[in-house]
Design a protein around this ligand. Structure first.
Ligand code: AMP
Ligand code: GLC
Length: 454
């Protein structure tokens, strides 16, 4: 079958069956994204005003956190020079105020949980329960209408209400997202790819603050869940990870006891201690989602430095190196499903088989193309319209390599008792923005797969 035909049939099947999913628990990170599309002249002027040398230093090596305007502008420049995403915690009030005055072009739902809640609940109409660390009026207003719920304690009783009905006046957790297109120029630097730098002016999500409704009533909340997705652990450090980790493991145990499959959205975790701790608990998850940089960072701490290097060497990344790495990760941790995504293709390694795994990947690629094109997916019609976006031209060579190495057919192969599923993805040439595409991919594929299970 052609990929066009496979795409179209996958979309129809998911649309028909997604209504079967009743309750996805999403925890822990939700915030407000203030998106600023960078302007070269403005950025150069700002860099010169604070001193070019001081800024350039941090574009060579990222600071650990942002405590000065030099750190902020240097971080932005670090991302532009490499075309790579980065996110740092903004500690200083002065820099927070500087970013606020610099302003934004758009306010959008942010954080993996917030983005997935709006997509699953607001677009696919799948009921979700979201953990929102701080429900400010602005944060609540960014939730779409639909079956999106947060737990609320009323007279000692736990009720589920839409965030807009929560009516608390908690704090704003704002992440300033500095987006730049491919070819963006500042001084002599040119961005090799579109991407973004994030400054998080937020005291809750970076520490994975967990609300009392969740710490005190998780058993009751878990009863409403058929699936779970956990994210937001990436900003933890060796100093602060123990407490939220303990609580997360307790949540996982409760969900596992109820046979609720849980997905971990990995995200780039700079701290090696935290990364190792995540690998140690991965076996308690059904599934994990990651990109090439994240997979390489895991191979690093698993002592597979050669493989880590191969994962970062080529664009698109060699699918045989990816397969070797995800096989090692599956063997080491026992996680049942690994969903790898990169610019141009996705792979899923599962310890079970069936076309539905590949079909869910194809559905996710349509959702990702819609998100890239529009910045926000408004309806399921936006997703189907993405069928017109062409399949990445480089994916043909990736498929040939998989066919040659593993005898892959129609995107499916058997390796060492696992199924490997492949999807060549649709790439939007000039995306509106890049933030949140990974979350769109992982949540659509995970939930889509359970909707399609026989
Ligand atoms: P992450 O690396 O987690 O931020 O997720 C980014 C993912 O989004 C990549 O791995 C690609 O699969 C996908 N992606 C990035 N840019 C585009 C684009 N222009 N069109 C479609 N998908 C994209
Ligand atoms: C991280 C960022 C958040 C952004 C999200 C997108 O969680 O902190 O601002 O919306 O990634 O994936």
């Amino acid at each position: 079958m052609s990929w066009d035909a496979l795409y179209s049939s996958a979309f129809d099947k998911v649309r028909e069956n997604i209504g079967k999913i009743d309750g996805v628990l999403l925890a822990y990170n939700t915030n407000i994204d203030a998106i600023k599309y960078l302007d070269s002249v403005d950025l150069e002027r700002r860099i010169e005003r604070v001193g070019k040398d001081g800024v350039l230093r941090y574009s060579e090596e990222l600071p650990e956190k942002i405590t000065s305007v030099e750190h902020l502008l240097g971080g932005i420049l670090w991302s532009i020079r490499r075309g790579k995403a980065a996110e740092l915690f903004v500690e200083s009030c002065t820099v927070r105020f500087y970013m606020k005055q610099w302003g934004w072009d758009e306010l959008r739902m942010g954080g993996q949980v917030g983005i997935m809640a709006n997509l699953l609940g607001g677009v696919y109409n799948v009921p979700v329960i979201a953990h929102v660390p701080q429900i400010s009026r602005l944060q609540a207003a960014l939730f779409k209408d639909g079956p999106i719920y947060v737990p609320k304690l009323e007279n000692g009783k736990l009720n589920l209400v839409h965030p807009k009905e929560f009516r608390a006046d908690e704090e704003n957790c704002i992440h300033y997202i500095y987006e730049f297109p491919r070819g963006f120029r500042v001084f002599d630097f040119e961005a090799p790819r579109e991407n973004r730098f994030i400054g998080a002016a937020d005291d809750y999500n970076p520490n994975v603050y967990i609300r009392p409704e969740f710490t005190e009533h998780f058993e009751e909340i878990a009863k409403k869940a058929e699936l779970g997705i956990i994210s937001g652990l990436q900003t933890l450090t060796r100093e602060n990870y123990r407490e939220p980790f303990e609580e997360m493991v307790r949540h996982l145990e409760i969900l596992n006891a109820r046979n609720v499959p849980v997905h971990l959205e990995f995200a780039f975790t700079a701290d090696e201690t935290v990364r190792r701790a995540l690998i140690d608990v991965l076996g308690n998850f059904h599934s994990v989602g990651l990109n090439e940089v994240e997979l390489a960072s895991i191979m690093e701490v698993m002592g597979e430095k050669g493989l880590a290097g191969k994962l970062l060497a080529d664009d698109p990344v060699d699918p045989v190196a990816v397969t070797e790495a995800i096989l090692k990760l599956a063997e080491r941790t026992g996680v049942k499903r690994i969903h790898f995504h990169t610019y141009g293709y996705y792979l899923a390694l599962t310890d079970y088989g069936g076309d539905f795994v590949r079909d869910a990947l194809l559905f996710a690629a349509l959702a990702a193309a819609a998100k890239a094109k529009l910045g926000d997916v408004r309806s399921i019609d936006d997703v189907v319209k993405a069928i017109d976006v062409p399949v990445n031209e480089k994916a043909g060579a990736v498929e040939e390599r998989l066919t040659g190495e593993y005898g892959m057919k129609d995107g499916i192969a058997e390796i060492d008792g696992y199924q490997l599923s492949f999807a060549p993805t649709k790439i939007v040439a000039r995306p509106k923005s890049t933030v949140g595409i990974g979350d769109t991919i992982s949540s659509s594929a995970f939930v889509g797969e359970f909707a399609l299970r026989p």
